[in-house]
Design a protein around this ligand. Structure first.
Ligand code: G6P
Length: 415
């Protein structure tokens, strides 16, 4: 590895919004092609072998960017077959955590200017690590100081709370994972699924955006709640954290709400790893506290069903975010690429066990938010969209400014 400091290539303005300054066609073959699809990230092309030779990948970020790293960690571990560590930049520097010459440190930042992340970058560079930047801002301090990287190209983000940068970061990190795993023959089929899923992701996100009116209705029901919990697990632990950060609130209602404030809609909210439920959070559960459970059809689905059963046994007030039903003629017959939902195509009349469970939960009084299905790695991109909409409606219904939360800045440039 011989990293040479240099600027990331600027994105071409003619490209569709896709990470890395490369054309949409660089996704590789379309779903109908028989050729092995490929991912091209121009800003990393010369560094892939160096990254693969490293002992581990260390992600360092703040706020929503940190959540995006958590969302993508398992995908990186699986495709790159490397140890992946995710660090909050501030905590990383408080500890002056060990960094080795054969580490790859990846700095993820929408603005590319966050002071803690920048400080961690200088620190890791001094230790001799290969430093990769993933930013949305060409010419930012982080994109200039890293050895190589990827630009999100998702456009200027106006609101203080990061939204489209979050989903774009997960997409970019998924692409990095696919790139790093490109030579693993055992992963060929899965890689193909993921490339197809990336190509179909806009449809799935459109399906999630169509829930806007439902989310407004849900916000009207929740707007007077003093607390809100989000339960997730696996890929969607990050979704729970990010939804709680957003619903936590934007605006100026801290005093009105007795100081229970987080970030955007100013309802006290927490994202909880459902695997930890019995280690404390279960004690909070009663029939009044609204809990949003993320239980889409991924590898954690069975475990999340069990979590829901246990919450219902304590009379919890549940809202379940799940996938559209897969049976023919059901509400689930919305094009979403069919990823992981092969069953739906091959045996359209067969009811999936997960659908039956969700119907049973609805019959017991749970509200369902149904989103399109995609591969597990990208499901957080789809899942967060209705929760962002919920946060938006909660904020406006409570009379706060959705773009400018009290006391917060888009870019935190001082430590
Ligand atoms: C601030 C913003 C957040 C953002 C965080 C990290 O707190 O309000 O929306 O996620 O900074 O910013 P970065 O630009 O490094 O992603």
């Amino acid at each position: 590895k011989s990293p040479s400091p240099g600027r990331l290539p600027a994105p071409s303005p003619s490209l569709s919004p896709s990470p890395g300054g490369y054309a949409a066609s660089d996704f590789g073959g379309a779903a109908s092609d028989f050729e092995e699809p490929y991912i091209r990230l121009g800003g990393l092309a010369d560094y892939v072998e160096g990254i693969l030779r490293c002992r581990r990948i260390v992600f360092i970020a703040c706020g929503t960017s940190f959540h995006a790293c958590l969302a993508a960690r398992a995908t990186l571990e699986e495709f790159a077959a490397m140890p992946v560590v995710v660090e909050l930049a501030g905590d990383f520097m408080d500890r002056e955590a060990p960094v080795f010459r054969d580490d790859t440190c990846v700095f993820v930042s929408q603005s590319g200017e966050t002071a803690d992340t920048l400080r961690a970058l200088e620190y890791a560079k001094n230790k001799g690590a290969l430093c990769v930047g993933i930013t949305n801002t060409v010419g930012s301090a982080i994109s200039n100081a890293t050895h190589c990287g990827v630009h999100l190209n998702c456009g200027y983000e106006i609101g203080v709370a990061s939204t489209k940068a979050y989903t774009s970061q997960i997409v970019a990190l998924t692409m990095v994972a696919l790139l790093l795993g490109a030579d693993r023959r055992s992963m060929t089929a899965k890689r193909l699924d993921h490339v197809r899923a990336l190509a179909a992701l806009p449809d799935a996100v459109r399906g999630a955006l169509a829930l806007d009116a439902d989310m407004r209705e849900l916000a009207a029901q929740l707007k007077d709640a003093s607390d809100l919990l989000f339960f997730g697990r696996g890929y969607n632990y990050s979704t729970a954290l990010e939804a709680a950060l957003k619903a936590g609130g934007r605006g100026g209602g801290g005093r009105r709400l007795g100081g229970r404030v987080k970030e955007v809609a100013l309802i006290h909210s927490e994202g909880i790893n459902a695997g930890e439920m019995k280690h404390g959070p279960l004690a909070l559960v009663d029939e009044n506290l609204p809990i949003i459970v993320i239980a889409t059809m991924d590898a954690m689905h069975r475990k999340m069903e069990s979590v829901i059963q246990q919450l219902l046994a304590r009379s919890a007030r549940l809202i379940i975010l799940c996938n559209q039903a897969r049976r023919a003629g059901g509400r689930g017959d919305v094009p979403c690429g069919g990823f992981g939902a092969g069953l739906w195509f091959r045996a359209p009349r067969l009811e999936a066990p997960g659908d039956v469970a969700m119907d049973a939960f609805a019959a017991r009084g749970c509200s369902l938010i149904r989103v399109p299905r995609t591969v597990d790695a990208l499901q957080p991109v789809v899942n967060v969209v209705p929760l962002q909409l919920l946060s938006y409606h909660l904020t406006t219904l409570r009379g706060f400014n959705v773009d400018q939360p009290r006391n917060l800045a888009k870019s935190v440039t001082v430590t």
